[in-house]
Design a protein. Structure first.
Length: 355
């Protein structure tokens, strides 16, 4: 996945403004009507996590910036609802679609239907197992697992036990984070034992499995939560067991999460958790909308670097992915196992700028 196809260096913002006469022409313009107000359908995948609620707040903001008319639905982590929502949005005359399906295998028939109707699709956060999309807007989820591994491996002194609260293994994100974490641990920290617990992105299930695992292995010293869905439950379990103590206390269990929501940053400051990987909710909304508008205008893109600190890769023929930056966030902004981090109060983090 990291072997990028060669291609022209892109300036995404300039290409999207090319019709207005600014910047160089780095995208190919087709026969679309650039002057028309784009009508875009956006299906929110769920609204039961802080991360996705933040994304939902950003969508109308960035939609207004590009002058789009938005039609929105919420599939509530249910592929059947997503399919029905897509039919509803199609009937409302949308010209482009933005989807974030949590089940990345079952969405293929929906993509095929939209392609047959010439409605371009931009996918956010997840990549389809099969089928084409105009663009996938996502971060490198394997890097999430790698960064979590490096952080915990160094904090634990390269030995001990950690538990990984996995997401949904039916999702490419859950698999990417799990596989990369396990591979990194095996290659770099062979004396660390990893207990993997599948949780289906369910906070209550994650809490239950963590409690059980800690009972069986009270010497666990590290926890990798693959998303902030498990944050409150994890803190509650640690508190109940007398383990919610400062990092300077020998009983401290090192915790790293994924998302970068404001609450995670506050918990890092308080010493309750130790790190997160900031998944860019703001940029997911911003660039998904810009790509959807570009699709309606008939523009195309090639693999290569962008002007917003990311790289477009070709996943397979017919599918490009813009891999956005997702930094490791820690209490001190140090480097762990060669992985640099930013401090929790850095103003560049979206979690510190959410109104």
């Amino acid at each position: 996945m990291r072997k990028f196809a060669t291609g022209a260096v892109l300036a995404l913002a300039a290409s999207l403004l090319a019709a207005c006469g600014s910047g160089g022409d780095t995208a190919t313009t087709g026969g679309g009507d650039a002057a028309a107000k784009p009508v875009l359908g956006v299906d929110y995948p769920r609204s039961d996590t802080d991360f996705w609620n933040s994304y939902i707040q950003y969508v109308p903001k960035f939609g207004a910036e590009i002058g789009a008319e938005l039609k929105t639905t919420n599939s509530q982590n249910d592929i059947a609802k997503l399919t029905a929502n897509v039919q509803t949005l199609t009937s409302q005359g949308v010209k482009g679609m933005i989807l974030a399906p949590q089940d990345t295998a079952a969405v293929a028939p929906t993509l095929a239907q939209l392609n047959a109707k010439k409605i371009p699709v931009v996918m956010v956060d997840t990549r389809p197992e099969q089928g084409d999309a105009y663009m996938v807007v996502r971060a490198d989820n394997r890097a999430y697992g790698e960064k979590a591994c490096r952080f915990l491996g160094e904090k634990l002194g390269k030995k001990g036990k950690v538990v990984m609260l996995q997401g949904d293994l039916a999702s490419i994100n859950g698999r990417d984070r799990t596989e990369a974490f396990n591979e990194c641990m095996k290659a770099n920290y062979p004396d660390i034992t990893v207990f993997g617990e599948a949780t289906n992105w369910d906070g209550a299930l994650a809490s239950q499995k963590l409690q059980t695992r800690l009972t069986a292995n009270p010497d666990i010293k590290g926890i990798y939560m693959q998303s902030s869905f498990a944050l409150s439950g994890t803190l509650q379990v640690l508190k109940q067991r007398g383990l919610l103590v400062p990092p300077s206390d020998p009983k401290h269990v090192f915790v790293i999460s994924n998302d970068g929501i404001p609450q995670e940053l506050k918990e890092i400051e308080a010493g309750n958790i130790d790190a997160t990987v900031s998944q860019p909710a703001d940029q997911y909304a911003k660039y998904a909308l810009e790509y959807a508008k570009a699709a309606i205008e008939g523009k195309t893109f090639q693999p290569g670097a962008t002007d917003h600190d990311s790289t477009i890769i070709q996943v397979r023929p017919g599918l490009l992915e813009d891999q956005l930056s997702a930094p490791l966030v820690t209490a001190d902004g140090a480097t762990f196992g060669g992985v640099p981090s930013v401090k929790y109060d850095d103003k560049s983090l979206w979690g510190n700028n959410l109104n």
